[in-house]
Design a protein around this ligand. Sequence first.
Ligand code: 5GP
Ligand code: ZN
Length: 115
Amino acid sequence: MSTTCLFCRIIAGEIPGRFLYQDERFVVLQDVNPQAPLHALVIPRKHVATLNDLLPEDDGLVGEMFRRAALVAREHGVADSGYRTVFNCNREAGQTVFHIHLHLLGGRPLAWPPG
Ligand code: 5GP
Ligand code: ZN
């Protein structure tokens, strides 16, 4: 827990958030500024600032993040039509919240390559 981290504070209940899924290791939040009909953020309860800060012991955690994304995609009816998962790392990739999160986007055709 970082007291200055937005996602740690949402997870702790200090700031409101719309939770689509929760378990002992993760929360899935509705993105406050959605870029697709489904735009969720899979967030580990453990504070890790960026992908660069992952440790070997976090390998399982990252795999579990993708499985949570697939679960939420299935629950929201986009598992078969298609969806995208994205990690942004640091400034040039557009990371704005420094607590790792996996974006889950679906419900519309998504262009490639991304901007
Ligand atoms: P990043 O740019 O770091 O990859 O993604 C951060 C995401 O968090 C953005 O898509 C942004 O809309 C979302 N976000 C920022 N502040 C809040 C908030 O207070 N609540 C929620 N649910 N999402 C937020
Ligand atoms: Zn945090």
